[in-house]
Write a protein that binds this ligand. Sequence first.
Ligand SMILES: Nc1ncnc2c1ncn2[C@@H]1O[C@H](COP(=O)(O)OP(=O)(O)OP(=O)(O)O)[C@@H](O)[C@H]1O
Ligand code: SF4
Ligand SMILES: [Mg+2]
Length: 436
Amino acid sequence: MSNQRPDGFGMPNDNQLPVTGGMPNEDAFGIGENAEDDAASFVEAERAHAASVFRPDAETILEVRDLRMYFPVKSAGIVRRTIGHVQAVDGVSFQLPAGGSLGLVGESGCGKSTTGRLITRLYEPTGGSIVFDGKDITKTSARGLKPLRREIQMIFQDPYTSLNPRHTVGSIVGAPLAIHHVVPKNKILPRVQELLEIVGLNPEHYNRYPHEFSGGQRQRIGIARALTLQPKVLVADEPVSALDVSIQAQVINLLQDVQNEFGISFLFVAHDLAVVRHFCPEVAVMYLGKIVEIADRETLYNRPNHPYTQALLSAVPDIKQASVGGRRERIRLQGDVPSPINPPSGCRFRTRCPLAQEICARVEPPLLQVGKRHKVACHFAGELGHHPDRPVTASLLGVDDSGTPNPGATPSAEVGNEPGFSDTWFDLERKTMASA
Ligand SMILES: Nc1ncnc2c1ncn2[C@@H]1O[C@H](COP(=O)(O)OP(=O)(O)OP(=O)(O)O)[C@@H](O)[C@H]1O
Ligand code: SF4
Ligand SMILES: [Mg+2]
């Protein structure tokens, strides 16, 4: 298949390109006049699909334990010495169920993409472990990575820069098939056309170039490319954030169809809690390289316990979500996110947290399991308007209310940074261990 378009044929208007597979032409939808309209059209378009559900009996396909990625910071000059580290990901643990999806949400720079790239082994982790399908892939050699690339694929944020503008759609989608010798050469084109049809594009457009497609259509090409090798895990790094709101819901619905049809597990990265709500039965919230709260959808959206999650949810322009704790006002966080080169001591969120006290600067709050499928990292964890006056973690950590170690006290084993959930947890109300 040639990489060059054979003729200088006039390019059709992106907006007139037909799409197949029952998808309406994305560009026929307008953008809402304001955020509320956008949110409404987003929710309406999503309702065409039932929300993904959590399957408690699913096996774990991916387990990440205490994952760390520190990028070196070099001095200027001829001899470039390492003068510090960007602690982009610092002690992240979670499990991804087979055929399920986990949302990873947080502000810009909190380490979401780095986590995704570590899982796809585009980076070698500084520490921690990644176990995929029962195999430890943390230190897999370059040679071992080739088969791994078939199993774990990534969809990138920007459909404008992630597709090579000089290659036709056919060669972009077909390249992995050729590299991995998955099908004979004469079967590549039919397979490419099949994939284009699956993602709702006209299979006859395989010889067109990326610039001949709209943003949503380009993202469909990126999805087709990611599906080519039938991966078990897909890391979707903000796959819709560059798209118009109404198109976002359609692309998310497509990803959901793909998941249902092929049983692929998703790590879905987004900076907005609204985007992952429908797709992900479980969501983890990250702040400055760490997970601060992780829970099932119902708990995270209706009863978040971390002040940062509560602030993020209050910014969602959707009445149901914005009414967390019975109030609709937006919680505006003061100040900027601190530098990950020199993060705050204790709790990394403390420089912006309205609840911060002395203990928050002294002791890092552990990611404590506080419900059946709920963990939170906050000394004063509680529902909005019901945060406790005294740190709930003090006795577990063997410290007093200001964070000073109690002589002779031994920290509890319940506060380890384990991936997944245990059958027992710390009941915040009764301050004792509980179980279902
Ligand atoms: N290759 C790199 N070298 C040095 N620092 C990096 C590198 N990649 C990322 N970082 C830094 O690591 C931190 C986390 O970056 P990352 O891209 O993972 O954040 P993110 O949550 O995906 O943000 P965004 O929402 O903007 O995409 C940031 O401070 C970023 O500047
Ligand atoms: S530990 Fe302290 S600073 Fe951190 S989120 Fe909780 S109250 Fe805020
Ligand atoms: Mg990113």
